[in-house]
Ligand binder design. Structure first.
Ligand code: ADP
Ligand code: MG
Length: 302
């Protein structure tokens, strides 16, 4: 087998014309197996193909032992490398998103929130709205599962390799004010604009100061038609302007940007945890999916 010596020295001779003074990968004479393995390991490292490196010997042995077509060997390794890179990218995206907890849509009990359009949520989980830079607003009382749904959609976006940021409205405004005071607002704004999906959780609990409202408006405005934003709130949309903005003009501009392309998730019902604690034990284990054991009268209730 011949090995290309990619790291070979320039093959330049004094006085050689320019065209000849180009580094050409030189094919080295066939090295011994040990030399070849060492060289191959070096090349795979320089090419940043760690999965090739960790798997090529095992796959080669398998191909030799099973008498498989050797042309498939490279394909197998290339696929393994790609799968591993994708796995690492997803892991990185989830870490960078800084979700407060790991939640998936799979564990969401849709039956507990009949007002929520399950098909819409599942459609959103396909992340096509992100390519269209559309926004999502989830409205509902405390404990109804808004944050769970928002994280679930965020996780779905990470699975697609998209960049996601998760932050509560309070933290976002605090960070923006701090960044402004420390003359690094532009850098933070650039980061916030860069996410394909930004989740702003709990726009509700603290009315905004004028400066806070303006900075929040800037974030939504800068992201307009560049990325998607999910906002969760316990207040109906028509109450936002009084509570958050105090200025009808700013509220109007904010809502205009946010709701131009928007999906509303209407979540009404009882606080999920409270509801769970009121239910018999076996029903709780069933998690509302209807797949658990049948409940016998008088069994499992506390
Ligand atoms: P909210 O953000 O609306 O206040 P959360 O999403 O924080 O509510 O929900 C509170 C807790 O209850 C979380 O642990 C969440 O996973 C759980 N939860 C809420 N609704 C559901 C549901 N329908 N199915 C499964 N878990 C739920
Ligand atoms: Mg919440």
């Amino acid at each position: 087998m011949a090995y290309a010596k990619l790291s070979g020295a320039l093959l330049v001779q004094k006085g050689a014309p320019i065209a000849e003074a180009v580094s050409v990968p030189r094919v080295t004479p066939a090295p011994s197996t040990r030399e070849g393995d060492g060289l191959l390991a070096r090349h795979l490292k320089s090419l940043k193909l760690p999965t090739f490196l960790s798997q090529y010997q095992r796959v080669a042995q398998q191909y030799a032992a099973e008498g498989l077509d050797p042309s498939g060997y490279l394909l197998r390794l290339a696929e393994a490398e790609l799968i591993e890179r994708e796995r690492q990218l997803i892991e990185r995206r989830i870490k960078q998103a800084r979700f407060p907890a790991v939640k998936n849509l799979d564990s969401f009990d849709f039956a507990a929130v009949p007002s929520l359009d399950k098909n819409l949520v599942l459609e959103l989980a396909r992340c096509e709205y992100i390519a269209r830079q559309e926004n999502v607003i989830a409205i509902g009382e405390l404990g109804i599962g808004k944050t769970h749904i928002a994280i679930g959609l965020g996780m779905a976006a990470c699975q697609k390799g998209l960049s996601v940021g998760f932050i509560t409205a309070i933290s976002l405004i605090r960070e923006l004010l701090e960044a402004r005071d420390e003359q690094r607002l532009l850098r933070l704004q650039r980061r916030l604009t860069g996410y394909k999906l930004l989740i702003i959780d709990e726009l509700a609990y603290v009315p905004l100061t004028t400066a806070g409202a303006e900075l929040l408006f800037d974030v939504v405005s800068q992201r307009y038609e560049r990325g998607s934003t999910i906002i969760t709130s316990n207040l109906p949309l028509d109450e936002w302007y009084e509570v958050f903005f105090g200025s009808k003009q700013l509220a109007g501009a904010f809502m205009d940007r946010l709701t131009h392309h928007v999906h509303i998730l209407d979540m009404q019902g009882e606080n999920y945890r409270l509801r769970q604690s009121k239910r018999p034990l076996q029903q709780r284990e069933d998690n509302g999916t209807g797949r658990g054991k049948r409940i016998e009268p008088g069994v499992g209730s506390r």
